[in-house]
Design a binder for this molecule. Sequence first.
Ligand SMILES: [Zn+2]
Length: 438
Amino acid sequence: MEESNWDLLIVGGTVLTMEPGSEPLADGAVAVADGRIAAVGLAEDLLELAPTGGVVNAGGCIIMPGLVNTHSHLAMTLLRGLADDLPLMEWLEKHIWPAEKTLMNRETVRLGTELAAAEQLLAGITTTTDMYFFGDEIASVLAAAGMRAVVGESLIDFPTPRCATPEEMLVKQRELAEAFRHHPLITPSIAAHAPYTVCAANLVKEAELAEEFGLPLQIHLSETRGEVERLIEEKGRTPVAYLADLGVLSERTVAAHCVHVSADDIELLAELEVGVAHNPVSNLKLASGVSPVPTMLERGVKLGLGTDGAASNNTLDLLRDMQLAALLHKGVSGDPTVLPARTMVEMATIGGARVLGLDGMIGTLSEGKAADVVCLAVEGPHATPVFDPFSHLVYAARSSDVRHVLVGGRLVVGNRTLNTLDQERIESEASRFAQKVG
Ligand SMILES: [Zn+2]
């Protein structure tokens, strides 16, 4: 390890690098230079190398890679709690889609995305994923907030708040890809709504566009039993088999949900290296069902966690969702050994990074990777004592314990305060929006 011009040294906590087989490192430190992780080691060793930059005090914290949210519709934070306790199709067709038609425009999408960025960064989410409308606006807001994100302009076979036709949406997708393809924080993405709302010809165009630019392709897949029954009736195949036959599924695909997947579907997802975004809260709230996550993991499917939009969650809080997923799959399987704590933390960090195709850049605290780091305070009665940091994160920690957050080496949250967004202004504008709607 050579002495270098580190910009920052994060010291004082227990470091979880999340590298395979790594052990928690007590009294550790993480050095940051040029937005990347320059070194991970014992605090006493790294402090001796006399950093020229500042020191971030993470005393009494768990220092870990930032959480990765693999599926969301960020601007829907403005619709948080607008319609609850309804089945998916009624919720979508009678409430969400009409509300989006009348309420969502470039300005409200901007506000909703700011609110989502604030909520996520404060909760330790450093990388998020979005599929919605006005992708260019969303990407600009997230970049300004200092958040890493995969952003897709949604394509669907009927008018959106932005575009009248799928042809127009394809143009917007191409523009987004061209504008952000070399951005340090934003990965543009292609986003097709679902196999039941996008025709075969357009699905193929989406796959071709993703291939042309080398981008992730987001899609909702096998979310409800109704969707699967409909596809089998109309296409003679499950949604997974149908998309595989169309050539839509590949290592680029980020498939949200995969709740109702057969054994053959799971083999296809593993073989084609499709990434699956597991959204346990959304699936429970809409009573869509329970995704066979332990089986998918066993078969080698890439899995990450997603919050989905705040209209079906209703928060963007991956720590909470991690706990819920761990408990849910134990309860449903009758096996308390499935999804142990470390596996859950992996799913929320490096697992999510793999799903998004970003594992070369984020997901572990490894030298050379981006310095996306969370320091979570271990303090208070609910956090005492701690025998195992993984168990603590999954079963006891709260997102309000997050103290510092760095993205690309930039301290976006310091001492629980957002440095990149005006939290007060965003909250008051969002409340005013709700008053007007109400
Ligand atoms: Zn969704």
